[in-house]
Design a protein around this ligand. Structure first.
Ligand SMILES: Cc1ncc(COP(=O)(O)O)c(C=O)c1O
Length: 319
């Protein structure tokens, strides 16, 4: 499977790393993120986390004795505030965790974002943990900017992926970490005593499937169609749409026209009374910051999306 992955990334980004020395197969991306953090953090090290953030990052830092330094992204698009990121860098900064395309906000980093990051790592040696699990889920012609395509960034990076998103196999827990020789070596010392190895039959099966690039190359169109289908269904509903999702399979919606409840209470109420579940954004902030935004997932069958929209129509009665 490592050889198949080497071929995949060579054809995608023209990058030159080696199956043997640079790719480590892991039981999922969440595990790979934990292992990368455990590899580099010493007590008191600061790690910059851009919030809202995938929920494992902060507990993973704390359990290693590190200090999460949270920098807010710019709601409601969740673009990166580079001035704030720069201000957060101190002499104790060990790493930055980045995630593009971004869960939960659906923002997709641009080339300019990568160049801003490059300026920071040129100024100070910082490790990057780049969570790229939604690598193929970008819409409206946007291109995924991978750390693998920027040698100056890759030099100090753990770049992390998951088959959960790429092959619709969440729960199978198969992922991988790509890193330069020295970092891969250290990562594997940690991996040795965490899971030691990964499901071999699954690796043969995924290697076989990876020979065909069409399924992952068609993913942007597949999910863009689902996003558009979902957006058309909710057009006449009283949510505020700041913009259509740029990537991932999540859509951010505002609910100020419907309710003045806090986002957690609103999400619980919507699930209980209307029968459609969403996730409150405050759950992705250490501070519980509440911008009255919720995240809907459109990675569903069309009939499920239609049923959800028909239940959500009841919201018009609350206006
Ligand atoms: C940003 C992000 N990173 C990592 C993961 C987890 O990937 P895996 O299932 O391979 O652990 C997810 C899954 O929701 C995610 O959204």
């Amino acid at each position: 499977m490592r050889e198949a992955l080497e071929m995949k990334y060579r054809s995608l980004y023209g990058c030159h790393f080696h199956a043997e020395t640079n790719i480590t197969i892991t039981p999922g991306a969440t595990y790979a993120i934990y292992t990368a953090l455990a590899t580099i953090i010493e007590t008191g090290d600061e790690v910059i986390v851009l919030e809202p953030a995938y929920d494992s990052y902060i507990p993973n830092i704390i359990v290693q004795g590190g200090i999460p330094v949270c920098v807010p992204l710019i709601a409601p698009t969740f673009a990166v505030d580079w001035q704030k990121v720069n201000e957060a860098v101190t002499s104790r900064t060990k790493a930055i965790i980045m995630n593009t395309p971004h869960n939960p906000g659906g923002y997709v980093w641009t080339k300019e974002d990568m160049l801003e990051l490059k300026k920071i790592v040129q100024r100070k040696q910082i490790y990057l943990i780049s969570d790229e699990v939604y690598e193929h889920l970008t819409f409206d012609g946007r291109k995924h900017e991978s750390v693998l395509a920027y040698p100056e960034l890759y030099a100090n990076a753990f770049v992390i992926y998951s088959f959960g998103k790429v092959f619709h196999a969440t729960g199978w827990k198969m992922g991988y970490c790509i890193a330069p020789d020295g970092l891969s070596n250290e990562f594997r010392k940690m991996h040795q005593f965490l899971s030691f190895s990964c499901n071999t039959p699954m690796q043969y099966a995924l290697a076989e499937y990876l020979k065909h690039p069409e399924p992952y190359l068609q993913l942007p169109d597949f999910y863009e169609a689902k996003r558009d289908f979902f957006m058309a269904l909710i057009r006449d509903l009283p949510f505020t749409v700041h913009e259509s999702s740029r990537g991932t399979y999540f859509q951010t919606l505002g609910y100020d026209k419907i309710s003045s409840l806090g986002d957690k209470e609103f999400a619980a109420w919507l699930t209980r009374e209307i029968g459609v579940a969403c996730i409150p954004f405050s759950a992705f902030y250490q501070s519980g910051k509440d911008d009255h935004l919720v995240r809907f997932c459109f990675a569903k069958k069309e009939e499920t999306l239609i049923q959800a929209a028909s239940r959500l129509k009841k919201l018009n009665a609350f206006l």
